[in-house]
Design a protein around this ligand. Structure first.
Ligand SMILES: [Zn+2]
Length: 185
């Protein structure tokens, strides 16, 4: 399932079919527009250079933290300090809103700029780590993909971001490798 923080972290996009090509989409207007629309952040200006720097810092920190958590490690003290600083700089007001799927607790109404969004992203991340199960945080097993996701499956065995995409690709690769081995034997 997509979350605010995983979507944000996944703005560093890797070509899952390729061999290590990646594209940093964080500062691309097109990616920013997708992200703002998806989470209903409205009337947000383009980030300033300083905001852009802070966005990048948080994004890279979340990628690293997701990797550590996926390996079963705890968050580092300095990371916790960093996340607290981001939340403390801002004052977000929660409100209950009605959605088609039911009620939702959101901070979106008090979000006015990218620094507010960063605080919201950290809150979302903290909720996953504290209120949910951090051992369900995964990095896609296709090493070219490295998509960050939260494993919602019952058996907790989701290895790929998407079984139809990366899952199939890896199945085909394993099959071909096996075939090749058989031919070489
Ligand atoms: Zn993947």
């Amino acid at each position: 399932m997509e979350r605010i923080w995983t979507d944000f972290a996944n703005s560093l996009w890797h070509d899952w079919k390729g061999h290590g090509q990646s594209e940093d989409r964080l500062m691309q207007i097109k990616w920013q527009q997708f992200f703002l629309d998806r989470y209903q952040y409205i009337h947000i200006q383009e980030p300033s250079a300083a905001e852009g720097q802070r966005m990048l810092e948080l994004r890279d920190s979340l990628i690293e933290a997701a990797g550590s958590l996926a390996r079963g490690e705890m968050l580092k003290d300095e990371d916790i300090d960093f996340y607290n600083q981001i939340m403390h700089k801002k004052c977000l007001f929660p409100e209950i809103i009605k959605q088609d799927e039911g009620l939702e607790l959101t901070y979106a109404g008090s979000i006015l700029d990218w620094d507010d969004i960063l605080a919201d992203i950290v809150i979302d991340f903290a909720k996953t780590v504290i209120e949910e199960d951090p051992s369900r945080i995964r990095i896609c097993d296709n090493e070219n993909c490295r998509w960050i996701f939260y494993d919602e499956t019952r058996n907790r065995r989701q290895r790929y971001c998407d079984d139809k995409l990366c899952g199939n690709l890896m199945k085909v690769r394993r099959f071909r490798a096996k075939k090749k081995e058989e031919l070489e034997d």
